[in-house]
Design a protein around this ligand. Structure first.
Ligand code: SF4
Length: 335
């Protein structure tokens, strides 16, 4: 591990000023991903800014929105009464992720910023455009069973020197994307907000970048506006083993129902793209309809028309389609 300067700011403003003008500075919260990256020599910050003492842990519902501080622990968010009553999809997704021990250390902000688990990214002896831009993508002709089936623009094979077919690893972000969550970001220019759907990046010309955060910016909170999805939402995670495994495919389904019909629908998919994959057409396809397995099958197959398999993950296309149908059935309560 390379030597680094360890800093512990007392305020958000102090943290941001410490990071300003130092592109190699990194904030550290729970450290569950970053410390591993540093030990392996994948991350080498010149300054490690420990933000654990900043006042960013609060979870509160005010006016029409739930605000969760960036340092709130995943385990605390998953059991908070406002989360359980207003946004149970988020609690389900958090409990599907990682292990109990990790959820006790991992923060909401860190969860947003965790890096891919593509094995080539973690092996310094192998090519990886995300770790070393321009070196190639080891997974492209290698082991890619768990990799993406949805891509940006030119996508897989379009620009080999800059492409990355890794998937985003977070469960929490899939649920939050379906819920149209806002990310609150602070930097030297003040505060700005972005929808989570615009926070992470698809892999185009800069696969080394996972998000649209600017250097030195700090995520301080997320906010979810009230909705009518609490009674009809479901997070379904398909994985190789029952616990402590990343999703092969996951589905976050959030529906508003009345009189036996669907009046609003949101969906995001995990384990299928470089970022949580929002299924935009679902609201148009389901609005005003009565739930049925036939309808859900049509909805699933519509989205999968744009999926493209790698050499080893064709099974994911059928798996994702089936997972969409299963999640919608669970959310609507039909058998
Ligand atoms: Fe690296 Fe992405 Fe290719 Fe994995 S898929 S080897 S992270 S460029």
């Amino acid at each position: 591990m390379k030597p680094f300067q360890y800093l512990r700011p007392k305020t958000v403003a102090e943290a941001i000023s410490m990071a300003a003008d130092y592109p190699e500075a990194q904030y550290m919260a729970g450290g569950t991903n970053l410390v591993e990256l540093m030990k392996r020599g994948i991350a080498s910050p010149s300054k490690l800014i420990d933000i654990n003492h900043l006042p960013l842990k609060k979870i509160e519902h005010r006016y029409d929105r739930l605000r969760i501080g960036a340092l709130a622990l995943n385990s605390d968010v998953a059991k908070h009464k406002s989360v359980l009553s207003r946004q149970p999809l988020l609690a389900q997704a958090l409990l599907a992720g990682a292990s109990g021990q990790l959820r006790n250390m991992a923060t909401v902000g860190g969860n947003l910023l965790q890096r891919t688990r593509c094995s080539y990214f973690y092996d310094l002896a192998l090519p990886c455009n995300k770790r070393k831009p321009g070196s190639g993508c080891g997974a492209e002709a290698g082991i890619n069973r768990t990799h993406a089936i949805f891509f940006a623009g030119n996508g897989f094979g379009g620009n080999e020197k800059s492409s990355c077919i890794a998937v985003h690893p977070s469960d929490m972000c899939v649920a939050l994307t379906a819920l149209d969550t806002e990310v609150v970001i602070n930097g030297t220019g003040g505060e700005r907000r972005v929808l989570l759907k615009d926070f992470h990046r698809l892999s185009t010309l800069q696969p080394e970048l996972d998000t649209n955060l600017q250097p030195g910016e700090l995520v301080t909170a997320i906010e979810v506006t009230d909705n009518a999805f609490a009674q009809h939402s479901h997070y379904l995670k398909i994985r190789d083993r029952a616990s402590y495994a990343f999703a092969l495919v996951s589905v976050a389904a959030a529906l508003q129902m009345d009189g036996g019909r669907i009046w609003d629908a949101r969906m995001a998919l995990g384990g299928v793209a470089h970022k949580p994959w929002r299924y935009w057409a679902i609201d148009l396809m389901l609005r005003g309809q009565a739930p049925s397995e036939k309808l859900f099958r049509e909805v699933a197959e519509h989205e999968m028309q744009s999926a493209k398999a790698t050499a080893q993950n064709a099974f994911k296309i059928k798996l994702t389609s089936n997972a969409i149908v299963a999640a919608l059935k669970a959310a609507t309560g039909i058998s």
